[in-house]
Design a protein around this ligand. Structure first.
Ligand code: SF4
Length: 454
């Protein structure tokens, strides 16, 4: 995951607008933040930390063009050198890249580029894209050719916003793993990971950037170009389950409605006799409301979140994650004493959070805790931008549902079925998704893994 945004602003407030866009995309990455500005020359600032910690008012210099990035690491360590945007200065001018995704063929591309003389300043796969762009533009400045050549070299997920001198460009890989959309502003345009950032800028949603499509914004003119045609899409299904904000709409599907449908189907598939439905906040709330609606049980809060601590799962280190869970939520004891609770969460990755939460509710006096999960078990690693790299860290890859129930200590545990999940999204017009971490079958060739074809 990562959040990206790019703005063109007639009134030279692109940097400020990118800042606010990143603010609303903060849930997509909390390790580092960066903004590049173009106004005669390219300048940038990036640092470790949240958007609000990294930038002061003085940093947001007047600019017509700006791009920004909030990072959560997948390839490359959590350190300043890997913060984005990546900036390359070459004979074609200055190039800044903000990338959301992960390249499967990172190592071989890097070797290839190093053999050709490229020098890298980081171990992030996103720098590969910046270096490649600079090389390709030396041969031709035709942007369709640029995107076609990039696409022929990069394997994996890559939604990007780019500043190439005084042009703002954005594109989405042909499988469309990561979301990207464009909105109109009072004095320009914004391209960003999620529509919630367009709303934050009081913009008007224009469209989702289609898989294999690029946007070129220059002097107030917007051009959409198709650089690749894909046989299918592989939009990350976890955007709908967990990553995206519920007030975003991705590829025409409201994330909120998707989660409600998932909760409804979960209730149909796995009913239970209980006193009320509750949620692990925040990401389990919408599915829990769906579950309550469908089951006829009342919805009630039993956990209150400390809103000043980031999302546990996207914190990079296990020790940090463990520590934060304890401070993250607290139980409303009055609501749980002697009660039978259906507790809904969006997913289980390592089961450490679920175990601690069930334990806290139990100690507060709950009679029964029935855990219901709004996604199928996560069985396999993600190679496309989500920090689930090895089967070792995925509890469902080593344990049965009954074993996981024992680990977390709930009276019962049920997951939404894969069919149920797909049905929920199809009801809302969804078409094709990446489900690789749920099936172990990948939409592109990944060394050592099965493809969807077998
Ligand atoms: S493997 Fe899972 S998390 Fe990764 S892109 Fe596919 S659906 Fe999303």
């Amino acid at each position: 995951m990562c959040g990206i945004a790019g703005v063109y602003s007639e009134r030279f407030s692109a940097g400020e607008k990118v800042y606010y866009a990143l603010f609303s995309l903060q849930h997509r990455g909390q390790e580092s933040a960066g903004i590049a500005f173009y106004s005669d020359t390219l300048r940038y600032k990036k640092q470790m930390g949240l958007v609000s910690e990294v930038f002061t008012k003085e940093d947001l210099i007047p600019a017509k063009y700006s791009i920004g990035h909030v990072r959560y690491s997948t390839t490359g360590l959590s350190k300043l050198e890997n913060a984005q945007p990546f900036v390359v200065k070459s004979k074609v001018g200055s190039i800044a890249v903000a990338h959301n995704g992960n390249l499967v063929n990172y190592a071989e591309l890097r070797k290839e580029l190093e053999n050709e003389g490229s020098v890298f300043t980081s171990d992030s796969d996103s720098e590969i894209i910046a270096q490649l762009i600079s090389k390709i533009l030396l041969k031709s400045t035709d942007y369709i050719e640029l995107f076609q050549e990039l696409n022929s070299k990069l394997v994996g997920s890559h939604s990007c916003v780019l500043l190439i001198n005084d042009k703002l460009l954005a594109y989405r890989d042909p499988l469309g793993f990561r979301p990207l959309c464009i909105g109109e502003l009072e004095d320009g345009y914004v391209v960003c990971s999620e529509s919630c950032a367009i709303d934050a800028l009081e913009g008007k949603f224009i469209k989702d950037v289609e898989p294999g499509e690029a946007v070129i914004i220059e002097n107030g003119d917007v051009e959409f170009v198709r650089f690749a045609k894909s046989q299918r899409r592989a939009v990350c299904i976890f955007e709908y389950i967990y990553f995206a904000r519920p007030d975003s709409v991705i590829d025409g599907i409201s994330v909120y409605r998707a989660r409600t449908e998932m909760g409804k189907i979960l209730a149909e598939e796995s009913p239970v006799d209980a006193d009320f439905v509750s949620a692990v906040p925040d990401s389990g709330i919408t599915a829990a409301i769906g579950y309550a609606t469908s089951s006829g049980l009342p919805y009630m809060e039993c956990l209150i979140k400390n809103r000043y601590i980031g999302r546990t799962f996207i914190m990079p280190k296990q020790e940090l994650r463990e520590l934060l869970v304890r401070f993250k939520v607290n139980v409303i004891k009055e609501n749980v004493i002697g009660r039978r609770i259906v507790l809904v969460d969006d997913s289980i990755v390592r089961a450490t959070t679920s175990r601690r939460i069930v334990d806290m509710i139990r100690k507060a006096g709950a009679k029964e805790i029935h855990l219901r999960i709004g996604s199928p078990p996560i069985l396999a690693p993600c190679y496309f931008g989500i920090d689930m790299k090895t089967r070792e860290e995925l509890v469902a890859s080593k344990h049965s549902v009954e074993e996981i129930r024992e680990i977390v200590g709930a009276e019962s545990l049920r997951y939404l079925s894969l069919e149920g999940l797909i049905t929920a999204l199809k009801r809302l017009g969804g078409k094709e998704f990446c489900t690789a971490c749920l099936t172990g079958r990948y939409p592109v060739a990944v060394p050592g893994e099965l493809t969807e074809e077998g």
